[in-house]
Design a protein around this ligand. Structure first.
Ligand SMILES: O=c1ccn([C@@H]2O[C@H](COP(=O)(O)O)[C@@H](O)[C@H]2O)c(=O)[nH]1
Length: 237
């Protein structure tokens, strides 16, 4: 089945809120969903495994970041849920990333490394975090650590995708949050792009939360984004 590469972030406090949103996708074809730790801590692993059973593709965004052994054990437990993508922080370093990869039993689970969060801007990177490079160079540096550790790809903003696709050896996935269709509130996101620009730059997956979840008609906004994505892809053929 060819699922649109638009992942709906289920940033909700409980299962009931998720079910209310997902009721709008009551047909056979289920979308990609993202479970972050707000929801995971509230509903637990069994709910995630159940959603997989129901036919959703699942991006488990737990952003693991710890000593190599702890991350490896976490990967082992989480892989059993049958999720499709799991995140960990690239800044944990190559030993941590390699331990995660070794713990995985099947390439069916994609391990994706978070580079610089899309809520980080140049000012914050340089003056708060004390990293003296440009955001783009820092993202590229983290992506390169992930690639040399044989991780499947990165989370980055749509602004860095072109360089990643040009400079990092494929296959290497780019998963892009901070997506804002024209006219939508940016909230706490700093490095945003439109769905059109993200796909045009080469993004493999778009992650969209509040523009969909807080919309009056979430399904309608989702379909508009999918349509935008398809139009760009068709124009590239
Ligand atoms: O760098 C990152 C990594 C993860 N996220 C997650 O994506 C969604 C985005 O939600 P919006 O409501 O569309 O802003 C959210 O769940 C984040 O935890 C990210 O935004 N940036």
């Amino acid at each position: 089945m060819n699922r649109p590469p638009v992942i709906i972030a289920l940033d909700f406090p409980d299962a009931a809120s998720c079910e209310a949103l997902l009721a709008q996708w009551n047909e056979q074809a289920k979308p990609w969903i993202k479970v972050g730790y707000q929801l995971f801590y509230a509903v637990g692993p069994a709910w995630v495994a159940q959603k997989k059973e129901e036919g959703y593709s699942i991006f488990l965004d737990l952003k693991l970041h710890d000593i190599p052994n702890t991350v490896a054990q976490g990967v082992k437990s989480l892989e059993r849920l049958g999720v499709d993508i799991l995140t960990l922080h690239a800044s944990g370093g190559s030993k941590m990333l390699e331990a995660a990869l070794e713990a995985r039993t099947s390439e069916r689970l994609k391990l994706i490394a978070v580079t610089q969060l899309t809520s980080t801007d140049q000012q914050m990177l340089n003056h708060e975090l004390g990293i003296k490079s440009s955001v783009e160079d820092s993202v590229l540096q983290l992506a390169s650590i992930a690639r040399s550790s044989k991780i499947d790809g990165v989370v980055c903003s749509g602004q860095e995708v072109t360089r990643i696709k040009n400079e990092i050896e494929p296959p290497f996935l780019t998963v892009v949050p901070g997506i804002r269709p024209k006219g939508h509130d940016t909230h706490d996101q700093k490095r945003i792009v439109t769905p059109t620009d993200a796909i045009h730059n080469g993004a493999d997956y778009l992650v969209v939360g509040r523009p969909i979840s807080k919309a009056r008609s979430p399904r309608q906004v989702y379909e508009q984004i999918v349509q935008e994505v398809q139009e760009v892809k068709e124009s590239q053929i």
